[in-house]
Design a protein around this ligand. Structure first.
Ligand SMILES: Cc1ncc(COP(=O)(O)O)c(C=O)c1O
Length: 413
């Protein structure tokens, strides 16, 4: 097996059409699309019985460990269109000390910080940019809370596509810098991500760029879907009992839910599903409010504020898909305060040596809270998503210092 086999071997593809997630209306594959006529996200559909005949678990097991191993369940038709920066399979890391401390079940962290640009946004943008390249896009634009913009910049530049990116003015400095360094033009906007999204929407007609906003094009979700494919394969074609996912626009949660359905249809997993838990910050929790109220849609959350910038999304276009997945899976939506997020980040780093991002730490805080409230039992195996490297965020200062010219008090160590 060559290490780059997934990027050098043509494989059959099985996309049949796209479908409006709300009305089910069909759209032609291999065309540029944004939202459906109903103004809702489009989902990619495959000939799953064709995939079932073309792919088995043993063939898959022999392929190199990257995202492109799932080619038959991905939309990119031609090898030449794949835009890759090395999307490695991300590890599942056990937290045995914390599990023992809490008296909980097995805790596994899917550490997405290992991906190019240090976050899981690489999965979605690798796919969207590859499809953009296949369909002749020359300029892409998006609103971002940071990580998605960094991934778009990197992949678009790698593909030779121009990118223009808008982020809230208080987006973490490292994100703004990496976006610019990786070849995009980036603007800070005095508003939130949905305000940035309006600028991208208006520019579509005026500038002619392609809008790559979350769920406003159909392929980012196909990239994020690979988190579910990977997770099931890593667990020996099984799913965990519960998944805690830090939810902003919700692409990953929706994508994983789609992945499990497709895996069942091709006979790789059975009917068991994890309970999907949408984790939000108390200062921006539109999904939690809608879930608690039994609503199908989640109105805008005003004055959104949280240190977990990736999940500061006041309104999500895929709200009904997030809520549907949460309810169908018998999961729930839960909010955690910024104080609990900071404490969780600290606890996981100090006890297990794993530096999470604030959004990832929110899932640990949510797990703790859910265990204490009996929403999750101590027999359940849980997977927490750490969606970005903790190194991308401002870290607390350290005050220990030594003067090497003075006698050192070794008794103090
Ligand atoms: C680190 C991190 N976690 C979680 C999210 C939310 O992801 P999603 O849009 O899939 O809900 C984001 C999105 O920006 C993020 O950057």
């Amino acid at each position: 097996m060559r290490d780059d086999e997934n990027l050098t071997t043509e494989r059959p593809t099985f996309v049949t059409h796209l479908e409006c997630a709300m009305s089910g209306e069909r759209y032609e594959a291999d065309r540029l699309h944004n939202l459906s006529r109903a103004g809702k996200p489009l989902l990619v559909r495959y000939d799953l019985s064709g995939v079932r005949n073309a792919l088995n678990k043993n063939t898959l097991a022999r392929r190199p460990a990257d995202l492109w191993r799932y080619r038959e369940l991905l939309p990119v038709r031609r090898l030449a269109d794949i835009v890759s920066l090395g999307e490695a399979v991300t590890p599942l890391i056990r937290l045995p000390k914390l599990s023992a401390k809490l008296g909980g079940g097995e805790i596994l962290v899917k550490d997405e910080g290992r991906l190019p640009t240090g976050s899981f946004k690489a999965r979605g943008l690798a796919m969207a940019v590859s499809m953009g390249k296949a369909l002749g896009v020359t300029h892409m634009a998006m609103p971002t809370n940071g990580n998605a913009g960094a991934a778009l910049a990197a992949y678009a530049t790698h593909a030779g596509i121009r990118s223009t990116i808008f982020c809230p003015e208080d987006t973490p400095e490292v994100n703004v810098s990496e976006i610019a360094l990786q070849g995009a033009t980036v603007y800070r906007v005095n508003g939130l991500i949905d305000d940035c999204g309006k600028i991208v929407g208006e520019g579509k007609a005026k500038v002619g760029w392609f809008d790559v906003s979350t769920l406003k094009e159909p392929y980012r979700i196909e990239g994020k879907k690979t988190m579910g494919l990977e997770l099931a394969e890593q667990l020996g074609w099984d799913v965990p009992d519960v998944i805690f996912y830090p939810t902003g626009g919700g692409t990953g949660l929706i994508g994983m839910w789609k992945a499990f359905a497709e895996l069942e249809a091709i006979g790789f997993i059975g009917t068991k599903r994890p309970r999907m838990v949408a984790v939000q910050a108390a200062g921006c929790a539109p999904m939690v409010r809608a879930y608690d109220a039994g609503e199908e849609h989640a109105p805008r959350w005003e004055n959104a504020q949280t240190i977990a910038s990736g999940i500061r999304v006041p309104q999500a276009i895929g709200d009904f898909l997030i809520l549907r997945a949460v309810r169908e899976s018998k999961g729930f939506a839960i909010a955690v305060s910024d104080d609990k997020i900071s404490a969780a980040l600290d606890e996981v780093a100090r006890m297990e040596g794993l530096l999470m991002c604030p959004e990832g730490a929110a899932t640990y805080a949510a797990y703790k809270q859910s265990l204490a409230e009996g929403r999750v039992t101590r027999h359940e195996r849980v997977v927490l998503f750490n969606c970005a490297s903790g190194l991308k965020y401002p870290l607390p200062p350290v005050h220990h210092a030594l003067d090497r010219h003075k006698p050192i008090d070794f008794a103090a160590f």
